[in-house]
Design a protein around this ligand. Sequence first.
Ligand SMILES: O=C(O)CCC(=O)CC(=O)O
Length: 258
Amino acid sequence: MTAVSVHRVVTGREDGPVVVLSNSLGSTMAMWDANLEDLESHFRVVRYDTRGHGGSPVPEGPYDIDDVVDDVVALLDDLGVERAHFVGLSLGGMTGMRLAAREPDRVDRLVLLCTGAHLEPSSAWHDRAGLVRSDGTNAVAEAVVARWFTPALLASDPDLKKSSEAMVAATPAEGYASCCEVIASMDLRHDLPSISAATLAIAGADDPATPPPHLAEIAEHVLDGHLLVVPDAAHLANAQQPGTINPAIIEHLTRERP
Ligand SMILES: O=C(O)CCC(=O)CC(=O)O
């Protein structure tokens, strides 16, 4: 499939190293709001909406992992960026793993949050795609957000629950379903040993969607991987625990090279 020109916003230090932020299924670049200010003081920050999400085009599916990677390569080419750090959560992390394995010259360092190299069973992703195509993204919004944040946080912050469910429900059904099919057909386990970019894998201790063993597998099999498990965080750990995660990302991306 031809790459699409994704919706992007570029902010932060004009002279800083470039960091690309890649969102999760059912979200937009707004999922990085709690991380932005800290990252902008160190980096040129490129946020984008994965195809089928937010302000990006919604080509007819199905898509596969190489389609979403092609979009990132086109984005970097368009911005004249030869090589960048890449920070991705869940679907965004899968995009980062495949990009780093397939286009190693384009990726400096990687941060992979709440993601997995292979999410089974693929039938569950096809079922979710079918449900969304027939009933819309509103049909999955409440269940999805119940995995994004811990139950205690959702109970104490009804506005967060409401705005997060609205974000999922605003995702175009065809875009959401086609990205479910990216996950259904994706198996990056064979890519991991060829990822040479220094990789920080961050897990939410309470993430029911991609629990810590998924991130441990990634950290163990890439060439230079480290694992951080963040307490009191579910699937959108970056949004629930920015006070822990922002410094960890900055430290990983600015650490002196050995
Ligand atoms: O968040 C993602 O990008 C994929 C995993 C997911 O959809 C989490 C969930 O099960 O809702």
